[in-house]
Design a protein around this ligand. Structure first.
Ligand SMILES: Cc1ncc(COP(=O)(O)O)c(C=O)c1O
Length: 375
């Protein structure tokens, strides 16, 4: 394995099989309906500046791993926002406001979701209030204020920023656009997921009759993974082997799949994969993921910088790919699974496999990107 190792083994922390696995397309589409998915595609594909993001073959990596093909959906090219998140928050803003220009939008965010909401508000000429925790970098805050949003920094973590957002929004009658669902707040997070499912429609159009055998999905609160699985149910004839990958410090989907119910993780160390550093799976995605995910994998941060560099230097594909931290776990979990004979066999990764990975962001935090690739 010339590009990959020099004797270095790629690390995964845990591999778990879902004992309750059963992929039921109808049940999945009960949680996120065909109509919701189709409406998002119709609307978003008509936005100014829309074009599908590339589906890149990691041909050099598939050769090294003895797999048939690896497809990498490159969301670094998603509008000017460089992340799949552009599809979710901005679409939810459009759905909720329905052309009303007097509504003020509010959200709490760790970064990319807020950027999408701020951008969606700007597109429609709406005022926007963004709540961020003290841990969100100034660079990320500035991107949102550059989009015209009022950015409000709150002491404490993400949860504190959400509490403050809810408090001020209730008082001022602002409309909250959140990507995380809770018991009384389901519809808006569903819209964000319907927006994310646009990726799967594009992928199906780009696959050119290749059949996907495996799909590896990153998870924070699980919105993206749930949306893509709903996209599988909506658009694919076959059912690929579904894998969710998370940082080992915040493996809330894995822990919930282990016990069969939502488990809250106490995050002691924040992962470099900040967008995925979430302690609790969201309600709507959980209803989808709990049965439809076949395997869960958790990863340490060790191989992130190296993977970003290898993608950026065109070591895995013919072209260079700008991949942010959150884009790396698909590649890392695939390599580490192939290096472990037991897992490789269990996952049926072989010369017939066509694996789909989601490169969910580019250099959304430029400073961090430079720091990591220069390590
Ligand atoms: C930038 C970013 N944020 C967040 C997430 C997680 O998405 P979700 O919270 O919907 O699971 C990802 C993907 O894993 C991501 O790349």
């Amino acid at each position: 394995m010339s590009i990959l190792s020099n004797g270095h083994l790629w690390k995964l922390t845990e591999f778990l099989e879902n004992q309750k696995f059963s992929f039921d397309k109808n049940q999945i589409l009960d949680s996120l309906s065909k109509e919701d998915i189709d409406d998002a595609y119709t609307k978003i594909s008509n936005w100014k500046g829309y074009s599908p993001t590339p589906l890149i073959e990691l041909n050099k990596l598939s050769k090294e791993l003895n797999l048939n093909k690896i497809f990498y959906k490159d969301e670094s090219k998603r509008f000017d926002l460089k992340s799949f998140k552009a599809l979710g928050g901005a679409y939810a803003v459009e759905k909720v406001t329905k052309g009303n220009k007097n509504i003020i939008i509010a959200t709490a965010t760790a970064g990319n979701h807020g950027r999408s909401v701020a951008w969606g508000a700007k597109r429609l000429g709406l005022k926007c209030k963004i709540f961020i925790s003290e841990y969100v970098t100034d660079a990320r805050g500035k991107v949102m204020s550059d989009l015209g949003a009022d950015v409000i920094k709150v002491k404490g973590n993400y949860e504190s920023s959400l509490i403050e957002c809810i408090k001020q929004s209730t008082k001022n009658n602002w409309q909250i656009i959140q990507d995380v669902a809770w018991k009384e707040y389901i519809t808006v997070p569903k819209y964000t997921m319907a927006g994310y499912a646009v990726m799967m429609k594009e992928i199906v159009d780009q696959l050119d009759h290749n059949k996907i055998s495996h799909i590896i999905l990153q998870a924070g609160v699980g919105g993206m993974a749930g949306a893509m699985i709903a996209g599988v149910a909506r658009y694919l004839k076959n059912i690929p082997i579904t894998v969710v990958v998370e940082p080992d410090s915040a493996a809330c989907v894995l822990e919930s799949i282990r016990t069969g119910k939502i488990e809250k993780i106490d995050i002691i160390r924040e992962s470099l994969m900040g967008g995925m550093s979430c302690g609790e799976v969201s309600l709507v995605p959980w209803e989808i993921l709990k049965n439809s995910v076949k395997y869960c994998i958790s990863l340490p941060d060790d191989d992130i910088a190296k993977t970003m560099k290898l993608l950026g230097n065109a070591n895995f594909s013919d072209e260079k790919i700008i991949a942010g931290e959150n884009s790396t776990p698909g590649v890392i979990s695939l390599i580490s699974s192939c290096e472990n004979e037991k897992i490789k066999e269990k996952m049926q990764l072989n010369k017939n496999s066509n694996v789909l990975l989601i490169g969910c962001e580019g250099d959304t935090d430029k400073e961090m990107y430079q720091k990591l690739i220069n390590q």
